[in-house]
Design a protein around this ligand. Structure first.
Ligand SMILES: [Zn+2]
Length: 442
């Protein structure tokens, strides 16, 4: 009791909260934006302590289920000491099937001040079908009951922002942005920024993304709706755009629609598609590749003037073709080890060396982003990495410069008025997200 009281008193200290939620409405321009920022002054301590002693209270705790959870470890983590509840969880078919040993399910528990279980709710969204499952275990008199329910997810939008100190993932973790959203941000700007090699301390991001909630608990990250990234002082902005007529079509109709924008995509706010002929990086951005540092000096490629870009990555990391093309060579070469050459339009060639695995054959057509093999340390490599080259008419070029120069398509003229209306709303949202970021980094 005393320990709990001390915890509650501590958490009454002064702090500032900044959060913002916008809900999805038919017209983005009409979306309300709320920003809350408040300082909380602690109440005098003694009256609080007295109040805690005077009333029994219920305790609410949250956690996430783990794959190795047993009835006992799960309840213990939720601060519940209740042998009857543990026995119920072990015996109940719903708990066995939907809770114990299931990873990543959102848990909320309600307990008495004696740490006995009153109610335990687990929520999760197993499929991308707009629904979530809810397992409710409740004390009913001397024993417990359980029930399994299905309910619709509600979509809302979340604003978040952060500044890169060490890595993109460290910054998105601080901003409580899910990995799926961090990866989307990296992919959206992948034609402009090489997130493996070009991130700078002090780079900033702002993002507005869809989050799917069950009973107010975020259970699934949806699509990034708009994002801004400031890399080395240069600002990049992107928004998702789909022509309203196309987005209103049901999934079955989509295949038959003739709009060029049927699938939607990311655009700059002045209406240029962010999809380019080439990706800046042959490795998809991930927690693994972002945390893997070069443990050798790339200049050790003494067998040739170093005319490529080296990406450190654990052996087996998937390698993708940066553009549409045809496999010109796939096999072993001195120095390069297992290597793939891909021929693209306009006499452009990309080269992927030191692979541990080759997944394509000579003459095969590949599309942008397609997996072609995996990183390794074959040939004259002193550590696991991908050696990547971009050649134009046989002459080596900086891959990122080529990716940035490659042509992009504008929004069709007919859709432009609608696009510009969306873009103006997005500008305001990104400005709000940028303000939010200064609120949370203090
Ligand atoms: Zn190299």
């Amino acid at each position: 009791m005393a320990a709990v009281a001390a915890l509650l008193l501590l958490s009454g200290g002064a702090y500032a909260v900044a959060s913002a939620v916008i809900s999805l409405a038919p017209d983005v321009a009409q979306l309300p934006t709320h920003e809350v920022s408040e300082a909380v002054t602690p109440l005098p301590l003694q009256p609080q302590a007295d109040a805690l002693e005077a009333y029994p209270f219920q305790l609410y705790r949250s956690d996430v289920s783990r794959s190795n959870d047993t009835a006992d470890t799960l309840l213990k983590r939720l601060g519940i000491d209740d042998p009857a509840a543990a026995a119920f969880l072990r015996a109940d078919p719903n708990a066995q099937q939907a809770l114990l040993g299931r990873v990543g399910r959102s848990l909320k528990a309600e307990a008495t001040d004696a740490n006995a279980l009153l109610r335990l709710v687990a929520r999760w969204s197993p499929e991308d079908d707009g629904k979530f499952k809810r397992l409710v275990i409740e004390r009913t008199g001397p024993t417990f009951s359980s029930r399994l329910e299905t309910a619709p997810l509600t979509a809302s939008s979340r604003l978040a922002g952060g500044t890169i100190q060490t890595s993109l993932f460290a910054a998105t973790d601080d901003a409580q942005v899910p990995d799926a959203v961090a990866i989307q941000i990296a992919e959206i700007f992948s034609g402009d920024i090489d997130f493996h090699r070009e991130l700078r301390k002090g780079d900033r991001f702002s993002v507005i993304y869809e989050t799917l909630e069950g009973d107010g608990e975020p259970l699934r990250a949806g699509r990034v709706l708009s994002a801004e990234f400031v890399n080395d002082g240069k600002t990049y902005q992107a928004m998702w755009f789909q022509e309203p007529s196309a987005s209103a079509a049901s999934p079955q109709d989509e295949g038959r629609a003739t709009h060029s924008l049927t699938k939607g995509g990311y655009y700059t706010l002045d209406g240029q598609s962010l999809r380019r002929a080439y990706l800046a990086s042959p490795l998809a951005f991930s927690r693994v590749t972002s945390g893997f540092k070069m443990r050798f000096h790339p200049i050790l490629h003494k067998w040739i003037a170093h005319l490529g870009v080296d990406y450190a990555a654990p052996i087996g990391t998937p390698v993708r073709s940066v553009g549409d093309g045809v496999v010109e060579f796939a096999g072993v070469q001195n120095g390069f080890g297992n290597v793939i050459y891909i021929k693209h339009r306009n006499n452009h060639t990309t080269v992927y060396g030191h692979l541990s695995r080759i997944a394509v054959k000579r003459g095969q057509r590949v599309s942008q982003g397609q997996n072609i093999g995996a990183t390794g340390a074959t040939g004259w490599a002193t550590g696991p990495h991908l050696h990547f080259e971009f050649r134009v008419n046989g002459i080596h070029q900086n891959p990122l410069a080529v990716a940035r120069k490659s042509e992009s398509t504008p929004v069709p003229a007919a859709a432009r008025p609608v696009f510009l209306r969306f873009a103006s709303a997005v500008r305001q949202q990104l400005a709000a997200a940028a303000m939010l970021q200064t609120g949370t980094t203090q």
